[in-house]
Design a protein around this ligand. Structure first.
Ligand code: DGL
Length: 272
């Protein structure tokens, strides 16, 4: 994956689309957004200092998500994309109530997966916090109540992807624990219910029988953002991108280089 075509701009963008995640998983969504909306400006905020969200309390994630969405709006964002399943599960409604801008949130792709399965067995890889949420229970009840849904929490995986890289021994070890149970249960469709997991798609696929379909949400979210902008705030920008983090910008820049193969400027932003 790459963020090719990215321009960087040290100055505030006038009407960017704000995108955030607990870390760099949301870059998998940003790539789909930039591919679909190349003329838009984006500001991406990685809440690296608080990664992972998946093991934190609901109230903590709600407070962070609200603060970040508000800060992005105050910085001029014309729309906010919650590029994190965990933040959506805990805080989507809260964010929508807090800011007067279009909010597009993403959730595990259970609906499209339910339409694809032949075996009737769906695997869902996600964070603990996403899988125990009321929102996830509702999603399964609505679209997959007639199927066997196997939720597999993956503690440690998002951090290992960022800290040690998608091909590291720690990631391989975690995938060896989390993926084989889905294969044994006969899942023919596996939902990547965390935006970090597309970074390890090949490693997941390698542990499943060939022919198993992996589903993620990046492109569907990009289409939804396009529809909302056309209806509500309008399209237009200069194709620029700002990357910001609550963590150490040098560390984040190095992690982006490892994940995307490009060197990007990253700025610290202390959102409280
Ligand atoms: N990328 C986030 C998601 O989509 C989760 C990673 C984390 O645990 O912070 O759920």
């Amino acid at each position: 994956m790459s963020l090719s075509g990215s321009l960087l701009n040290a100055f505030p963008l006038s009407q960017p689309i704000g995108v955030f995640d607990s870390g760099l998983g949301g870059l998998t969504v940003l790539q789909a957004l930039r591919a679909r909306l190349p003329g838009e400006d984006f500001i991406y905020f990685a809440d690296t200092h608080h990664l992972p969200y998946g093991d934190k309390s609901e109230s903590f994630i709600q407070a962070r998500s609200k603060a970040i969405a508000t800060a992005l709006t105050e910085r001029g964002a014309k729309a906010v994309v919650v590029a994190c399943n965990t933040a959506t599960a805990a805080a989507a409604e809260l964010i929508r109530a807090a800011i007067p801008k279009p909010v597009v949130a993403l959730e595990p792709a259970v609906k499209p997966a339910a339409a694809l399965t032949q075996s009737g067995v769906l695997g869902v890889l996600a964070t603990t916090r996403t899988l125990v949420s009321r929102r996830f229970a509702h999603l399964v009840e609505t679209y997959a109540h007639h199927l066997f849904v196997l939720p597999q929490a993956c503690p440690g995986l998002a951090e290992a992807i960022e800290a040690e890289g998608p091909h590291s021994a720690s990631v391989e070890r975690l995938l060896d624990i989390y993926v084989p149970p889905l294969a044994r249960a006969g899942a023919d469709v596996v939902v990547l219910g965390c935006t970090h997991y597309p970074w390890v798609k090949a490693g997941i696929a390698a542990r499943l029988p060939s022919g198993v379909t992996l589903v993620d949400t990046g492109e569907a979210v990009a289409r939804q953002v396009e529809r909302r902008l056309m209806r509500e705030s309008g399209l237009g920008g200069r194709g620029q991108l700002q990357l910001m983090t609550s963590g150490d910008p040098v560390h984040v820049r190095n992690t982006i280089a490892r994940l995307c193969g490009v060197s990007m400027h990253v700025t610290h932003w202390d959102i409280r």
